[in-house]
Design a protein around this ligand. Structure first.
Ligand SMILES: Cc1cc2nc3c(=O)[nH]c(=O)nc-3n(C[C@H](O)[C@H](O)[C@H](O)COP(=O)(O)OP(=O)(O)OC[C@H]3O[C@@H](n4cnc5c(N)ncnc54)[C@H](O)[C@@H]3O)c2cc1C
Length: 463
């Protein structure tokens, strides 16, 4: 019988417990799983944050998924198909100095696939179009893909105007932080298999032929009929009696004693064979105070700050085409937000009421840092006045600011090297401790769940 402690009851903690529990049944493994959460409910800081007219909403979560992803599979496994509503196509728009423009429809890693559409678009001036036309295809002989940043990669494959005006803003909006100096291989998992200089041209051609759209393989988009809260509740309802939930339990210390790990909660010790850490590094680093090397790893990393503002509007005050999903700002437009999402288009519950919900996701680091120094009221006013430039007659009913300082680790080239080293180091030094989710990057729901599933598989195979 193995005892497993999952530290943290966020999406990572709840999903790894779910996968471990299922795999244990399938493979007849004997185990007991404790989810240890310091708050009084799962993912408390992510859900139930905002109330509007007696209703409680998740604070602006993306409530849409595609049938190409793992989240969709999990939904099917949970028998939740009836809660998925196939949506109409939702478009992304780009806000340039000359107003709102449509993005080319066919994209590969935000690289516009349809050159004709690109030339027809109003995103570029005639002069720029000529220069694009002359320089669009550059040599793709990329020998050292391991060491390339996103900017290096795209600038060596296409015209820098296209990079600056389309690729960079769209990628930044997709990944929630400035991407230029981040590692291309870390951001694009499809490129991860490509070794130094090997057959890059053919790989890319294959991806092109498979018609990847904006990093997502051709797929249908679904809206969810429920929120993050009910998703977690559903996972919980599948737990067998080998899973124990311990709310209001804050882990104070973690140490190794012979072949066990000891967790200290409220001065009492508990013994485990495996530990899963899903809490932020700030929380767990004090548990490893004597490990100079580990402390040094984290000191050397850079972090991404984010700021999210949710606006609730009366439906009549926002005239927006229901098919529009997201407005992205051109990097050259000096504005604070880089992404505006019309969340209500993705949120079936809200659509039925008489409100619109809009989410401004601020992710360009210089802008976020500026805003973080201001009060909530000042932030709301700044973004509100910016919204006016796009939507006149906008009347905000309610606004909520979420400050996510040092939200996650910035994936630059150094980070990807560090993370590979750190993984090896963790495995060697702390065999049965697994670091997932917010202990590392935890960008979004889908990636968080994939990571939890992979870690669960590894643990079960090891037992
Ligand atoms: C403002 C904001 C908006 C976002 N919007 C989206 C979105 O729209 N779509 C999307 O896919 N992703 C979104 N994300 C990203 C998403 O929140 C993360 O991917 C996800 O929350 C990571 O989950 P996690 O379980 O790894 O970490 P967390 O959610 O941080 O969970 C860690 C848990 O551990 C607990 N804990 C901490 N310390 C201890 C301790 N010592 N002992 C016991 N328990 C402890 C905490 O209370 C917490 O519940 C957003 C993030 C932010 C900040």
């Amino acid at each position: 019988m193995k005892n497993i402690a999952v530290i943290g009851g966020g999406i990572s903690g709840v999903s790894i417990a779910y996968f471990l529990d299922r795999l244990a049944s399938a493979k007849s493994k004997k185990m007991s799983i404790d989810i240890i959460e310091k708050q009084s409910e799962f993912a408390r800081d992510k859900i139930g944050k905002f109330e509007y007219k007696q209703e409680i909403y998740d604070s602006g979560w993306h409530n849409s998924i595609t049938d190409a992803g793992i989240l969709y599979q999990v939904m099917i496994e949970l028998g939740l198909y009836r809660y998925l509503i196939k949506s109409k196509k939702v478009y992304k728009l780009i806000y340039t100095k000359d107003g709102i423009k449509s993005l080319p429809e066919r994209m590969l890693y935000t690289y516009p696939l349809d050159k004709f559409e690109l030339m027809q678009s109003g995103i570029f001036s005639v002069k720029e179009k000529l220069s694009i036309f002359l320089k669009l295809h550059k040599n793709k002989n990329l020998k050292y893909i391991n060491r390339l940043t996103v900017e290096d990669y795209f600038k060596s494959t296409l015209n820098s105007n296209v990079y600056k005006k389309i690729v960079e803003p769209v990628l930044t909006s997709h990944y929630g932080s400035d991407v230029s100096k981040q590692s291309i291989k870390l951001l694009m998992p499809e490129l991860a298999e490509i070794q130094n200089g090997s057959d890059l041209e053919n790989k890319i051609r294959k991806l092109y032929d498979d018609d990847l759209k904006d990093n997502i393989v051709r797929s249908n988009e679904y809206k969810l009929r429920f929120t993050l809260r009910s998703f977690l509740e559903n996972l919980e309802s599948y737990f067998s009696n080998r899973v124990f939930i311990r709310f209001d339990n804050k882990v104070e210390k973690l140490e190794r004693r012979e072949d066990k790990y000891v967790i200290t909660i409220d001065g009492r010790d508990y013994f485990y064979d495996y530990i899963i850490v899903s809490v932020k590094h700030r929380e767990f680093l004090p548990w490893f105070q004597d490990d100079i090397r580990l402390q040094r790893y984290y000191k050397g990393l850079k972090y991404v700050d984010n700021l999210v503002v949710i606006f609730i509007l009366n439906k009549n005050s926002l005239q927006v085409n229901p098919e529009i999903g997201e407005i992205i700002f051109d990097k050259e437009v000096d504005t604070y937000t880089t992404k505006l999402e019309y969340v209500s288009n993705k949120w079936i519950d809200i659509k039925s009421r008489n409100i619109h919900m809009l989410r401004a996701y601020v992710n360009r680091q210089d802008k976020v840092r500026d805003l973080l120094k201001k009060t909530d009221e000042e932030i709301i006013n700044i973004i509100h006045s910016e919204l006016f430039t796009i939507h006149e007659n906008l009347e905000i009913e309610k606004a909520l600011v979420t400050r996510a300082e040092r939200n996650y680790i910035y994936a630059d080239i150094k980070y990807s090297r560090y993370m590979r080293e750190l993984d090896r180091y963790f495995k060697k030094k702390y065999g049965n401790i697994y670091f997932i989710g917010h202990s590392k990057k935890a960008i979004n729901l889908e990636e968080t769940i994939i990571e939890a599933r992979e870690a669960a598989k590894e643990i079960i195979e090891q037992m």
